[in-house]
Design a protein around this ligand. Structure first.
Ligand code: ADP
Ligand code: MG
Length: 287
C-alpha cells in the first residue's frame, strides 16, 4: 500500500471525510503519519491503527473531562492518590474490589463512615472517577445541596422532574450526611429520591454519624427508619476509624478529644425482603 503515491485528490478526499466524521485529531496527525510511511518507519496498516488510536484517545479524555465536570467530580481524587498506609483500619482490598464497580451493576449502596478528614469524600470521589472512566454516568453532591435542590424544585412544581434527573445517573454520591442539620421536610424529600433509586441505581453515601443518629440528623425518626430500611438493603458498610489526614501535620496542636477516634455505632440488622438472605452483597460488616 503506497499512500505516498496517493494523488492529491485522494488525500483531499480523506481530509474531507475526517472533517465530516468529526475526527480532528486524526486530521491533525494525518500528514505526519503519511510522512512516517514515506520514510518507511511504519506500514500502511500500522499508520491506520495509529491514526484511529490518536483520535480515540483524544475523544476519550474529552469525554472523561466533560463527565467529571457534569458529574461535579471536582477536585478530582484518585485511588492512586490515596495513602492507605495512613488509614490502617481501612481494608485496601475492599476499596479495590469496589473499584471493579460491580456494586453499580447491582444497584447497591456503599456507606463510607468515619470522623472528619479520614478520606470519605476522597474515596467516594475516587470510586466515582473510576465509574466515569468505565463509561458510567455519575453525579456527586452533598446531602444539603440535594435537599435544597429538591425543596426548590418542589416549590416550583418541578419535583417529579428533579427526582427523575437525580435518578438518572448510574451512580449517585451523597456526601456529608450528618454535618449539617437537615431542613424541615428535607428527610421526606430525600426519602423520595432514595425510593426512586431503590434497586435501580447505585449510591455512595458518606457520613460522620452512625446510623443510630440518623433520627437526629434527619430530625425525624420515622423518616430515618424508612431511609435506613432502603439504604441498608443491598449495602456495603465501610467504617474508617482513624485520625484526620487534614490535621496530620498538626496532631500535636489538636486537643485529645478532637484527635481521638470518634466511635460510630454499627448498623442495625437490616430487614430482609424480596431477595434471599445470605447473598454476598448484603454484607453488613463494619470494618
Ligand atoms: P472526609 O470527607 O472524611 O472529611 P476528605 O476525603 O475530604 O475527608 O479528606 C480530607 C483531605 O485529605 C482531602 O484533601 C483528601 O484528598 C485528603 N486525604 C484524606 N485521607 C487521605 C489519604 N489517606 N491519602 C491521601 N489523601 C488523603
Ligand atoms: Mg468529606
Amino acid at each position: 500500500m503506497t499512500i505516498h503515491a496517493a494523488p492529491a485528490t485522494t488525500l483531499d478526499s480523506i481530509k474531507r471525510s475526517l472533517v465530516a466524521l468529526r475526527m480532528p485529531r486524526a486530521l491533525e496527525v494525518l500528514d505526519a503519519t503519511l510522512a512516517r510511511i514515506e520514510r518507511g518507519e511504519i506500514d500502511g496498516i500500522a499508520a491506520l491503527d495509529q491514526l484511529l488510536i490518536e483520535e480515540l484517545t483524544v475523544r476519550e479524555s474529552r469525554r472523561i473531562k466533560t463527565a467529571l465536570t457534569l458529574g461535579r467530580l471536582t477536585p478530582v481524587k484518585t485511588l492512586v492518590g490515596f495513602d492507605f498506609a495512613f488509614q490502617p483500619s481501612l481494608d485496601r482490598n475492599r476499596i479495590l474490589a469496589l473499584a471493579e464497580l460491580k456494586f453499580i451493576d447491582h444497584a447497591e449502596v456503599v456507606h463510607l463512615l468515619g470522623p472528619p478528614g479520614t478520606g470519605k469524600s476522597h474515596l467516594a470521589t475516587a470510586l466515582a472517577v473510576e465509574a466515569v472512566k468505565a463509561g458510567r454516568s455519575v453525579y456527586f453532591s452533598t446531602l444539603a445541596d440535594i435537599i435544597t435542590s429538591l425543596a426548590t424544585a418542589e416549590r416550583e412544581g418541578q419535583l417529579r422532574q428533579r427526582l427523575r434527573y437525580l435518578s438518572r445517573a448510574a451512580l449517585l454520591v451523597v456526601d456529608e450526611i450528618g454535618y449539617l442539620p437537615v431542613i424541615q421536610g428535607g428527610g421526606n424529600l430525600f426519602f423520595q429520591l432514595v425510593n426512586a433509586r431503590y434497586e435501580k441505581g447505585a449510591m455512595i453515601l458518606t457520613s460522620n454519624r452512625g446510623f443510630a443518629e440518623w433520627g437526629d440528623v434527619f430530625g425525624d425518626p420515622v423518616v430515618a427508619t424508612a431511609l435506613l430500611d432502603r439504604l441498608l438493603h443491598h449495602a456495603v458498610v465501610i467504617q474508617i476509624e482513624g485520625s484526620s489526614y487534614r490535621l496530620r501535620q498538626h496532631a500535636d496542636l489538636v486537643p485529645e478529644h478532637v484527635r481521638s477516634k470518634a466511635h460510630i455505632s454499627p448498623p442495625p440488622a437490616p430487614k430482609r425482603r424480596g431477595r434471599p438472605p445470605g447473598k454476598q452483597t448484603d454484607d453488613q460488616t463494619t470494618g
